[in-house]
Design a protein around this ligand. Structure first.
Ligand SMILES: Cc1cc2nc3c(=O)[nH]c(=O)nc-3n(C[C@H](O)[C@H](O)[C@H](O)COP(=O)(O)O)c2cc1C
Length: 214
């Protein structure tokens, strides 16, 4: 951690964690939203990063006929979050990027968070997206809480450290999901630093291939 991930040595070890609530993971899925919090490729390091590679490998397990949307959060930057809970108490219908993110969120049966571990937590744009949930909860007649309750959630993440060091980030997402009483389906954790590290590990690659089905 803390060094440019374009030029660092290969990881000391690979890690994968997989948990799930049942055998037929996609059986109730109608529309899968891959909500990706990924860095912009640097011109000196144009390859897809570990997290995107891992997610794309896993997504190959999604049946062709299933609606799948990739949403790169960086493409939909949000204004700084404003806490109006104790002033107006409500938020207006979202517009612009927030509207796009909300509509994509509401349309999905399954939401897959795709993000590297940054400082033991989620990257900024994913955090900012999660903060927006607090506004959407207070948009009159939106039914956000109820809508979220019936979705299913997944996480695909990579980190350069040990699985234990990735726990706070993974647990943070789990807690956000449990706030809505929604089912958490599983998490896939790869280990790596420079692009390609993660899928170089056969255990991780195999887990990615099986992530959405058995
Ligand atoms: C800003 C920043 C913070 C990071 N913080 C952590 C961390 O807290 N724990 C960790 O294990 N790895 C950390 N890493 C390493 C990345 O999680 C790891 O290199 C990951 O594979 C990068 O994903 P990517 O290739 O998709 O960009 C950090 C990397 C960056 C750039």
């Amino acid at each position: 951690m803390g060094r440019d991930h374009c030029g660092i040595p290969p990881p000391a070890r690979a890690a994968v964690a997989r948990e799930s609530t049942g055998p037929s993971f996609l059986v109730n899925a109608t529309h899968i939203l891959l909500c990706a919090s990924l860095p912009v490729s640097h011109r000196k390091c144009p390859a897809r990063g570990n997290t995107e590679q891992l997610a794309r490998q896993a997504a190959q397990g999604i049946p062709d006929q299933m609606d799948t949307t990739w949403l790169r959060l960086r493409d939909y930057p949000l204004q700084p979050f404003e806490d109006w809970r104790h002033t107006t108490g409500v938020y207006p219908q979202p517009e612009g990027h927030a509207r796009t993110l909300l509509d994509a969120t509401m349309a999905a049966s399954d939401i897959v968070f795709v993000a590297p571990v940054y400082w033991y937590s989620v990257p900024t744009d994913l955090k900012r997206y999660l903060d927006e949930w607090s506004a959407w909860l207070r948009v009159p007649d939106l039914g956000f809480r109820q809508g979220m309750h019936s979705k299913r959630f997944w996480t695909i993440a990579t980190s350069a450290g040990t699985p234990e060091q990735a726990r706070p980030m993974l647990e943070s997402i789990r807690l956000c999901v449990s706030y809505f009483g929604a089912p958490f389906m599983g998490e896939l954790l790869g280990n790596g630093s420079k692009p390609g590290d993660s899928l170089n590990d056969p255990v991780v690659r195999d887990a990615a291939q099986r992530f959405f089905h058995q």
